[in-house]
Design a protein around this ligand. Structure first.
Ligand code: GLU
Length: 295
């Protein structure tokens, strides 16, 4: 297949055998059910991050490793989930095979430092876009909007909403917006900080804390994994807005525009919905894609 014919052609896992064989010959991939664009460095502005990543043939992506549905290490150690699929969509638009992504675990508190230090090129990790974070990093998106909620043991009757947190031990994660929300709005609750949400949930099941708080969709993943023991307060009622963005180094406006274009294209060609349905959508309803904030 000539490059001109194949240029900008996005390949999907649903292509037929003949097409798939042709694509393999062209260096395309249908592995992982994601699209890999046939692009080369010259298709991007000279010196841009897109050109550099395309030339390198790999991209470093930070994500969560302990959050069911969004980013969780699989049996082979590689992460699985909706954020992981979003990362593969970005890699694919850069012409990078998903197998060539260098994944690393970013916990909530090290996402900005990892972007600032260049340990990762992008972060896709249930990462809320906030003005404070925008002082040191930039964001494309949002590609999903979550909201803060509460998780308790299934037999808990006295935590009925955020107004019942006084005197309660509330676990959340250092460097997260939900932990900050508790500090700012519920000084009479006792915030018990951990570095990951799986540790918060372990503290809940062993009786060390009364509540875990973070985004509804993260809590829904943990509840789904242990439905007899855990309960979402008021069926996961939310009390904040958490717009998930793709974090990138501050000031790289071309790359940010490219990431936004790629998210928009994934909305339009159905790959965003497919990524959702194959991951978080096993538990959560398919949302409307949120409008991008091209600030
Ligand atoms: N979305 C929130 C945040 O970015 C909570 C989830 C998380 O810590 O990853 O802080």
């Amino acid at each position: 297949m000539s490059r001109s014919l194949n240029r900008r052609l996005f390949l999907t896992g649903t292509v037929g055998t003949v097409a798939a064989a042709t694509l393999a010959a062209c260096g395309g991939s249908e592995k992982d059910d994601v699209s890999v664009a046939d692009v080369e460095a010259g298709d991007f502005p000279e010196g841009s991050t897109m050109a550099k990543l395309n030339e390198a043939g790999s991209i470093k992506i930070g994500t969560k490793y302990d959050q069911p549905l969004f980013g969780q290490a699989g049996p082979d150690g590689k992460p699985l989930g909706f954020d992981v699929e979003m990362g593969k969509i970005i890699a694919g638009a850069l012409g990078i095979d998903p197998e060539k992504i260098e994944w690393s675990e970013t916990v909530s508190a090290n996402r900005e430092p990892f972007l600032e230090g260049g340990q990762v090129d992008i972060v896709v990790a249930t990462y809320s876009i906030t003005d404070t974070r925008k002082e040191v990093v930039d964001f494309a998106g949002p590609y999903y909007v979550a909201g803060q909620a509460l998780l308790v043991l299934a037999d808990n009757e006295d935590v009925t909403g955020e107004d019942s947190l006084a005197g309660k031990k509330v676990a959340s994660v250092d460097g997260s917006t939900p932990a900050q929300y508790i500090l700012d709005n519920h000084p009479d609750a006792e915030l018990v900080p951990f570095d990951t949400y799986s540790k918060c949930v372990a503290a809940l099941t062993n009786g060390q804390v009364d509540v875990v708080t973070t985004d509804n969709v993260i809590l829904a993943g943990f509840k789904e994994a242990d439905p007899d023991k855990l309960k979402l307060v008021n069926d996961g009622e939310t009390f904040t807005e958490e717009p998930y963005g793709i974090g990138l180094a501050k000031g790289d406006d071309d790359f940010r525009a490219f990431l936004n274009d790629t998210i928009q294209a994934a909305y339009d060609d159905g790959s965003w919905a497919k990524a959702w349905e194959g991951t978080a959508g096993s538990v959560l309803p398919t949302p409307e894609p949120p409008e991008l904030d091209r600030y």
